[in-house]
Design a protein around this ligand. Structure first.
Ligand code: ATP
Ligand code: UDP
Ligand code: MG
Length: 426
């Protein structure tokens, strides 16, 4: 965690300043305690934190960064733009600690690959990783600001909805190793077409990093996005690949070495994620046994193909989010289980003009993939499913009409199908 003085920060931000106080930690939310810390007032869509300067002091802040002079007893550093100040301080802190940084972006699998990487690298040396999903223009710098002296590795997840966002994050982070897990169809609506999506992810690559192209996943990206080669490939004919795949078991092949792996995660895509993580640590000279140990220690994040056993059912909780590709994978994964199969699908958001077409196709596939197919929410798949508009009636229906089944539940975050999982647990 950053620990320094306001005078040092003033130099970093190139502003005139005279009151010197020590602080430890940087915070942006007055709803949490921040004793002895620096508070940066950000302007968001809902709130302007400049309205909460008094609360910042109440919550323990000892200095403030603001975009105007505000009424406060605390020392205030005034900058043009507080968000830029946050990024500048984060970059500076990173340069002081100098860990080896691995940056991950992609349509799917970022968090899982990040967890795998952090589990592997922590076996070698202290490692910082992005907490949860804090992967945007605020989450990335906030993550960097928690770096401690002992951290030798940092694994940073980067998310984007628009062109230019990853490029912005790359400049803050300046990674040693960069990977695009894949360029599937996530957020295709907001990117403005597939070409732009591929371009946007490719912004993570630069001449300063070793760039990993994951050809195992459908990486449709143009390799020219990696300007200076420096590429390790994971893929069928690549240096790093999986063989003898049986459900969650496979042989990991890394150059001339081979080791058997049993993942604690279901879904074929997690083998892709394991290969992506292996490809990133290979250039760091990490022993293959540590790679195995780290991969096998990785567990499902809540709501990402997480298996939950209830009295009546085996639930595959994939309610965290949904897009067409991840839904296809979930449907395939369900085929690995025997017995009665049920699917509950909610709406897939962020598909723009492609929405209708994708929902139709996925609906057809879902119908073929299970004994019973329930759809839920806004986009009704009436053509092929039993449709419900409310969760409680759907839960009641499932509880009274089925027993001992495996139920895959998936939908976009906005569908909040995790609440259905809770209802079925009771
Ligand atoms: P977000 O954009 O929400 O941060 P993410 O990229 O971090 O997502 P994860 O949280 O690792 O992705 O996984 C979310 C879901 O994406 C999984 O439950 C699964 O359905 C799908 N998924 C994960 N990895 C892959 C992959 N390699 N290929 C395709 N789909 C994947
Ligand atoms: N904020 C705060 N105290 C509050 C409400 C908001 O410090 O009581 C901060 C919040 O943490 C954020 C900023 O004000 O840094 C802008 O908030 P908003 O919710 O608008 O952010 P966004 O919606 O962009 O995430
Ligand atoms: Mg994520």
């Amino acid at each position: 965690m950053l620990q320094t003085t306001t005078n040092t920060i003033a130099k970093v931000l190139k502003i005139d300043y005279s009151v010197n106080v020590k602080f430890k930690g940087v915070y942006t939310d007055t709803r949490k305690r921040m004793d002895g810390a620096l508070f940066i007032a950000l302007v968001g869509d809902n709130f302007d934190a400049h309205d909460y300067i008094y609360q910042a002091q109440q919550m323990g802040a000892v200095a403030i960064i603001a975009n105007k002079s505000v009424d406060s007893q605390l020392p205030i550093l005034v900058v043009n733009d507080t968000q830029t100040a946050l990024s500048t301080i984060a970059s500076w802190h990173l340069q002081n600690i100098k860990p080896i940084v691995i940056a991950i972006t992609g349509s799917n699998g970022k968090t899982t690959t990040k967890n795998m990487l952090a589990n592997i690298l922590s076996l070698q040396a202290p490692t910082l990783k992005t907490q949860g999903n804090l992967n945007n223009h605020l989450g990335v710098p906030m993550t960097l600001l928690t770096l401690e002296k002992q951290h030798q590795y940092a694994v940073i997840e980067m998310g984007a909805n628009h062109l230019g966002e990853i490029s912005h994050l790359r400049k803050i982070v300046n990674p040693d190793i960069a990977i695009v897990t894949n360029t599937l169809d996530a957020h295709i609506g907001t990117f403005g077409g597939f070409d732009n999506l591929v371009k946007a992810k490719g912004e993570i690559y630069s001449k300063n990093s070793k760039n990993i192209i994951n050809t195992q996943s459908i990486f449709t990206g143009d390799v020219s996005f990696t300007p200076h080669g420096n590429t390790k490939v994971s893929g069928n004919n690549g240096d790093i690949f999986a063989s003898n795949i049986v459900n969650n078991k496979f042989d990991l092949n890394i150059h001339q070495q081979k080791i058997s792996i049993t993942l604690n995660l279901i879904g074929i895509h997690n083998i892709d994620n394991a290969l992506a993580a292996s490809a990133c640590v290979y250039p760091l000279g990490i022993d293959i046994n540590l790679i195995k140990q780290g991969l096998e220690a990785t567990k499902a994040e809540p709501g990402r193909l997480e298996i939950i056993h209830t009295k009546q059912f085996r639930i595959i909780d994939d309610t965290y989010n949904a897009n067409p590709y991840s839904t296809i994978i979930a449907l395939k994964t369900l085929q690995n289980f025997s017995g009665e199969k049920i699917i509950v699908l909610g709406t897939m958001e962020e598909l723009g003009n492609y929405s209708k077409m994708f929902h139709f196709k996925i609906g057809q596939l879902a119908k073929k993939s299970a004994d019973t197919f329930y759809s839920y929410g806004k986009i009704a798949l009436h053509h092929c499913s039993i449709h419900f508009e409310k969760k409680q009636p759907l839960a009641n229906h499932i509880l009274t009409n089925h027993t001992n089944a495996t139920i895959l539940i998936k939908g976009s975050r906005m569908a909040k199908l995790n609440k259905l999982v809770d209802l079925l647990k009771k």
